[in-house]
Structure formats: structure tokens, C-alpha cells
Design a protein around this ligand. Structure first.
Ligand SMILES: NC(=O)c1ccc[n+]([C@@H]2O[C@H](COP(=O)([O-])OP(=O)(O)OC[C@H]3O[C@@H](n4cnc5c(N)ncnc54)[C@H](OP(=O)(O)O)[C@@H]3O)[C@@H](O)[C@H]2O)c1
Length: 355
């Protein structure tokens, strides 16, 4: 069977990456692409790297244009998806790359985003440990999927095995991320001009204000094995500092947390080995090895390096992924494959494009 697809936000970064991956997917026909200020223009004018899709024209993003497809991808600024999802009740599968359907807590939504709160959908990070299982089980047959925030999934994948195994203390997490400016989208912002970014490392959203914090707390709370509902997200405390660095794509997150009392080095390492040993797209590197963003560009792969710092009494996890690939579009398409019952890796590459 071939599934017909509409992609909204097709002139943007996330929409463009969804299209790049879908163009190589054997079971997908990209029928419709939509945008906002650039509607009416050829897609190729905005995504000149997508040569195989040069025949497509950007249409207005309206419920009518998006309806009538087997699958709709929403890659819109947060707060914009809800109005379309309500109107897409008859669409068999809707996948939102935005934040609108990620959070289970209306209070957290109000605090970090504001505006209308929408129902949470199945969270599109298949490899995440959740309550003794994996998130992929919750994606089987799903009809509504919320793809993750790119920083959020990097940090959640980094620490969830330690929370699930009880070998780290999740009440004192510190994470610092080097992030490429494509994570902030394609629209013009003065702080993302080349003159501001090239040759500089620029921190932003310092001091507990970044919107991905509640998403990480939610994911880590659900990873805890103690009871099926997980632990209270309020018990997950995280200091989160992103720093924009001059690379178009990529996230390198260094996350640390105290070692839980009594946890041995073997307990700690096996927590991550057990969580990801069988995974294709989330890989723990051998002891003493740490990832580089250059190794995951264009890949649907998250690479993790683990160190146990006994002097500081902390576990250190360094994680690299491509914010647009594994951090958004790859996660969305991997989740789509699971929902549809297709082989999970269809259309996705574990290999990057370095150098
Ligand atoms: N960039 C990432 O690494 C990343 C990672 C994870 C998740 N996401 C999420 O993906 C979503 C899109 O992000 P992005 O980085 O692709 O942003 P972007 O590059 O700025 O693209 C935004 C897209 O949405 C369209 N748009 C803007 N306002 C709209 C409206 N009112 N109604 C309909 N369409 C509208 C734009 O169309 P025009 O160009 O025609 O105006 C453009 O196609 C966001 O929710 C973001 O949080 C992004």
C-alpha cells in the first residue's frame, strides 16, 4: 500500500527535513505541501536541495487542503497545530512536529508556552524507557503522534536509562547543550544572523526558562519503574542551559546527575547497555569514547558516551544527534513506521554524512 501524505510548514526547516526523508520512503507519496507567507510559490524555491520534489507547489495551510490524505505532518510554530488537528478528525494518522500535543500537564503548558492546551498524543521517541517497557509499544497503531523537541529528546534519551534503573538521582540533573541555529527555525531572528553566530558561542534561555524543560521532566518521570504511572515530574529537577554554536545542525548535550547510593560502576554501565543494546538508532559508544555532532549529521542516530566520575560522584552522559533528523523528522517517520506496522527503519539511515 502507498500512503498519501500532506506536509504543512513545508517551507521551514522541520518540514523540509520531513520531506527529504519521506522522498526516500518507499511506501509514501508526497501529494501536498503547504506553507504560510510563502504559499503559492514553488517548493523548490524554498527547499532547493529537494530536487525530486520540484514539481510541488506550496499551498495555503487550511483544514480543507490538509484533509483527504492518509497521513498529515504538521511542522508549524507551536500554538498553530491545534486549530488544524481538530479539523483533521477523519485523517487516519496525524503527526505534529510542534509542541502542542507533547505535554500531559496543562499547568506546565501554561507556564512555558501559554495559550490553548491540547490533548497529549503518543510521544514519538520509540527507544525511551517507560515504566519497564519502551515508548515504541505506545506507538503501535497510534493515530496521533507528537514528535519530540530536539533538545528534549537528546536529554531524555541520555538519562532515562539511569532513572529507569535507579542508578542516578534525578533530583539534581545538570545539562549544558551546544546547539546549531537550525533548531530555532528558518524565520529571520537578529540573534541568529551570521554576524551574531559565526565565531561565537551564545547562551540563551538560561536559568530554567527553556520550553523543553517540562518535556524532559515528563519523559524522565515516566521512565521510573517504581509504579506504572512513573514518578512525579516535580521530583525531576534539571538545570538546563543551551548554547548556540556555529554549526548548521546538531546538538551535543552533556548531562550529569549524582550517582545513586550503592550503585556500582557495573550497575551504571549496564543500565545504558541494557536500555539500548538492541537499538539501531540509539547507540552507546564503548567505554572511553564520546560522540561528535559531525558523526550524526543527516542520520536518524543518537550516539551516547558514558563516564562515571567518582570524584564528583556524578554520572556524565554526552549525547549527539541531528536536531532536524533524529531530533524531529527522523523521530516522526520512525514513529510513523511503527504506527503503520511498517519495518521501523524504513526510509531512515543510521549513517551520517561526515565530514
Ligand atoms: N528546527 C528544529 O530543529 C525543530 C526540532 C524539533 C521540533 N521543531 C518544531 O517544528 C515546528 C517547525 O519548526 P521549524 O524549525 O521548521 O520552523 P520554521 O523553519 O520557522 O518553519 C515554520 C513553518 O511554518 C509555517 N508557518 C508559520 N506560521 C504559520 C501559520 N500561522 N500557519 C501555518 N503555517 C505557518 C512557515 O511558512 P512560511 O515560510 O510560508 O511563512 C514555515 O513553513 C516548530 O513547532 C518547532 O518547534 C523544530
Amino acid at each position: 500500500m502507498t500512503y498519501s501524505v500532506a506536509v504543512s510548514g513545508a517551507s521551514g526547516y522541520a518540514g523540509g527535513e520531513i520531506l527529504r526523508l519521506l522522498a526516500a520512503h518507499p511506501d509514501i507519496e508526497i501529494r501536498t505541501v503547504t506553507a504560510h507567507s510563502n504559499a503559492g510559490q514553488p517548493l523548490i524555491d524554498h527547499q532547493p536541495h529537494l530536487r525530486s520534489l520540484a514539481h510541488l507547489q506550496l499551498q495555503d495551510t487550511t483544514p480543507d487542503v490538509l484533509a483527504g490524505h492518509d497521513i498529515v505532518f504538521l511542522a508549524l510554530p507551536h500554538g498553530q497545530s491545534g486549530q488544524y488537528t481538530d479539523a483533521l478528525a477523519d485523517t487516519p494518522l496525524v503527526i505534529d512536529a510542534g509542541a502542542d500535543h507533547r505535554l500531559t500537564s496543562a499547568d506546565a503548558w501554561e507556564q512555558f508556552y501559554g495559550g490553548d492546551f491540547h490533548d497529549p498524543w503518543a510521544y514519538g521517541v520509540p527507544e525511551l524507557p517507560v515504566a519497564g517497557a519502551k515508548q515504541r509499544e505506545r506507538l503501535v497503531g497510534a493515530s496521533r503522534i507528537a514528535a519530540p523537541g530536539c533538545n528534549a529528546s537528546t536529554v531524555s534519551l541520555s538519562l532515562a536509562p539511569g532513572v529507569a534503573a535507579g542508578v542516578i538521582d534525578p533530583s539534581d540533573i545538570v545539562t549544558v547543550l551546544a546547539v546549531g541555529p537550525s533548531g530555532a527555525g528558518k524565520s529571520l531572528k537578529p540573534n541568529l544572523l551570521a554576524a551574531e553566530v559565526l565565531g561565537s558561542a551564545n547562551p540563551y534561555a538560561v536559568g530554567g526558562t527553556h520550553r523543553h524543560i517540562p518535556e524532559i521532566r515528563q519523559a524522565l518521570a515516566q521512565a521510573a519503574p517504581a509504579n506504572p504511572a512513573g514518578i512525579d515530574p516535580a521530583d525531576i529537577r534539571i538545570s538546563f542551559t543551551p548554547v548556540i554554536v556555529p554549526m548548521a545542525r546538531g546538538i551535543l548535550a552533556t548531562s550529569t546527575a549524582p550517582i545513586a547510593p550503592g550503585a556500582t560502576d557495573a550497575d551504571i554501565r549496564s543500565a545504558w547497555e541494557d536500555a539500548y543494546g538492541d537499538e539501531t538508532f540509539v547507540q552507546l559508544l564503548p567505554e572511553g569514547h564520546f560522540p561528535r555532532t559531525a558523526d550524526v549529521v543527516g542520520a536518524n542516530t543518537a550516539l551516547l558516551g558514558l563516564a562515571i566520575d567518582r570524584a564528583a560522584n556524578r554520572v556524565v552522559v554526552v549525547a549527539a544527534l541531528d536536531n532536524l533528523a533524529k531530533g524531529t523528522a527522523g523521530a516522526a517517520i520512525q514513529s510513523m513506521n511503527i504506527a503503520l506496522g511498517l519495518p521501523e527503519a524504513t526510509g531512515l539511515s543510521v549513517n551520517g554524512v561526515a565530514p
